[in-house]
Design a binder for this molecule. Structure first.
Ligand SMILES: Cc1ncc(C[n+]2csc(CCOP(=O)(O)OP(=O)(O)O)c2C)c(N)n1
Ligand SMILES: [Mg+2]
Length: 352
């Protein structure tokens, strides 16, 4: 069936309708905005470069870009504390970058090099960085949601005050595993934030084509889970919503579902020309660009163009260094193909 152009506005007009905005008075300092600006710019520039390198076949396999959604990762990391855990799906290059993973290792993973974040065994969809509390990178749509509940349970069991934020897409919210995990998380009051990154589409299928329920915050209601929708083109809104959810989780009140209304500028993956949406729809979201919003705030706060350009140059340098590192790294050796498959060293099937 040829894809017809179904804009997401059939279900919800833009990111803003029905979604909470931040309080009128900003509680953030110039430094907070500068941090967000640099983080989001790094995610954007890193992935623009990854897209180019994919075109040159330096990066192979699947590659799903996060461009447009940066405020979700930046705003949630700023709202959480060290020790909190993160897990997401395959659109997973940006989260480790903002969590502090070495950009060189993220790029090397895209190149499938031994020095990559997952030692070159995972590639684009399977970033993993235990040190920075990033638990992947998962290719099975919705599969990470029960895993996120399990991570949250481990924290509850050990009696820590850490939580697990579990990101998923609007398409994943239609999976059975998502609903089972929500039920369990709410029944057990797990310290969990269920973060739906509603970018309007699951591959080429708009939200309104997958269910009658297009306000995804409603999905929590079936489990009496506190839930809200947030305009997530704006990093401040994301931050505030995650702070509210984190307070609840740390008090022992259990999980919160947040629908982050966002948008991906690129196709589903590198092989998607995105013909199922209109140019006008894309242009409308680009006007709300999360990085531009923060750049404008910084200019109002008297940060000069030359200061901002310095940040741009710094980020470009980090991205260039990451490519050099990936280029100069070696591929894993063929004889090491069975390395890192099992944790248990004497596992009987380890050597095939
Ligand atoms: C269980 C399962 N079914 C189908 C697929 C194929 N698939 C990969 S991505 C995707 C769309 C998911 O969309 P969404 O959850 O909205 O995430 P987004 O790509 O928008 O970030 C599908 C159907 C899969 N990987 N796993
Ligand atoms: Mg989606």
């Amino acid at each position: 069936m040829a894809a017809s152009k179904t804009t997401r506005s059939g279900s919800q007009t833009g990111a803003k309708k029905g979604a909470k905005k931040s309080p009128a008075k900003s509680a953030f300092t110039k430094e907070d905005y500068l941090t967000w600006y640099e983080q989001m710019l790094l995610m954007r520039k890193f992935e623009e470069k990854a897209g180019q390198l994919y075109g040159q076949q330096k990066i192979k396999g699947f590659c799903h870009l996060y461009i447009g959604q940066e405020a979700v990762a930046a705003g949630s990391v700023s709202a959480l504390k060290k020790g909190d855990k993160y897990i997401t799906a395959y659109r997973d290059h940006a989260h480790p970058l903002v969590l502090g993973s070495d950009p060189g290792k993220v790029m090397a993973e895209l190149y499938a090099k031994e020095t990559g974040l997952s030692k070159g065994r995972g590639g684009s969809m399977h970033m993993f960085d235990k040190e920075n509390h990033f638990y992947g990178g998962h290719g099975i749509v919705g599969g990470q949601v029960p895993l996120g509940a399990g991570i949250a349970f481990a924290e509850q069991y050990k009696g820590t005050d850490n939580l697990c934020i579990t990101y998923l897409g609007d398409g994943a919210a239609r999976q059975g595993a998502f609903h089972e995990a929500l039920n369990l998380a709410m029944t057990m009051k797990l310290p969990m934030i269920i973060a739906i990154e509603n970018n309007g589409y699951a591959m080429g299928t708009s939200v309104s084509r997958t269910s009658n329920v297009t306000d995804l915050s409603q999905l929590g209601k079936a489990y009496e889970m506190p839930s809200e929708s947030v305009d997530a083109m704006n990093v401040e809104n994301v931050h505030h919503a995650v702070v509210r959810a984190a307070e609840r989780a740390r008090k022992g009140d259990g999980p919160t579902l947040i629908e982050f209304r966002t948008y991906r500028y690129k196709g589903h993956s590198m092989s998607d020309p995105a013909k199922y949406r209109t140019k006008e729809e894309l242009a409308q979201y680009k006007k709300l660009d999360p990085i531009e919003q923060i750049r404008n705030i910084l200019i109002k706060k008297k940060v000069t163009e030359s200061q901002l350009n310095k940040i741009d140059e710094k980020v470009k340098g980090i991205v260039a260094d990451s490519v050099k590192y990936a280029e100069e790294s070696d591929f894993p050796k063929a004889e090491d193909a069975y390395e890192y498959v099992y944790v248990q060293e004497d596992y009987p099937f380890e050597k095939g």
